[in-house]
Design a protein around this ligand. Structure first.
Ligand code: G3P
Length: 218
């Protein structure tokens, strides 16, 4: 799987998110590659009904009802959102919240993508059996220097830990990935997909760059 985190980049603000998701839908169909998108939280309803999975960038461990401003998984599900990133480097939460949110998404039959910063966190959290663990060294995020080239051992170690666990968690990796070559290298090292942001969102030609990534995953 190939997950595009739109963060809060200006390039996908307002209606631009619709064009972006439509571009990804077409490429996903053409290359038969699973592409998922995490739009900015306030735009999620605009695109949640797409043919490709839409994920939240963050959810809160909070309840339906009088919880002003919180993002509630149950309500996301009602809007056809398929899952969420949890604990992204730019929005870290406590281990208690991580545990509760993975459980909550399981109950709701939604997909969890737990972000971690290093191998120690892969070891710690694989036990919780999230659908995906995405390893991203914070210092490489947005750097244009790919984790798969700068820290290949991080991916192979994480893949080993996950493969040796008894659960069905799959590994994603991200940070600094900007080309099909970076993607191919990540897969070669044992990742099952990638989590990417600036390398795609900030590219001049979305069709070209998403196609390049998709072809590297086929
Ligand atoms: O969530 C993806 C992310 O943090 C990686 O960002 O810009 O390095 O692809 P980027």
């Amino acid at each position: 799987m190939f997950v595009i985190n739109c963060k809060n980049y200006e390039e996908i603000s307002g209606d631009k998110i619709i064009k972006f998701v439509k571009t990804a839908e077409k490429i996903s169909k053409k290359y038969k590659v699973k592409i998922a998108i995490s739009p900015p939280q306030h735009l999620i309803g605009l695109v949640a009904n797409s043919s490709i999975p839409i994920f939240a960038q963050h959810i809160d461990d909070s309840k339906i009802g009088s919880t002003t401003g919180f993002i509630i998984p149950e309500l996301l599900k009602k809007s056809k959102v398929k899952g969420s990133l949890i604990n992204h480097s730019e929005h870290r939460i406590s281990s208690k919240e991580i545990e509760r949110l993975i459980l909550k998404l399981k109950e709701l039959k939604m997909i969890s993508i737990l972000c971690v910063k290093d191998v120690a966190e892969v070891k710690k959290y694989v036990k919780l059996n999230p659908d995906y663990i995405a390893i991203e060294p914070p210092e490489l995020i947005g750097s244009g220097k790919a984790v798969s080239k700068e820290q290949p051992e991080l991916i192979s170690k994480a893949a080993n830990i996950i493969n040796n666990s008894k659960n069905k968690t799959e590994l994603l990796c991200g940070a600094g990935i900007v080309s099909g070559e970076d993607v191919a290298k990540a897969i070669e090292l044992g990742s099952k997909g990638i989590l990417v942001a600036s390398g795609i969102i900030k590219a001049k030609d979305w069709n070209k760059i998403i196609s390049e990534f998709a072809k590297a995953l086929v």
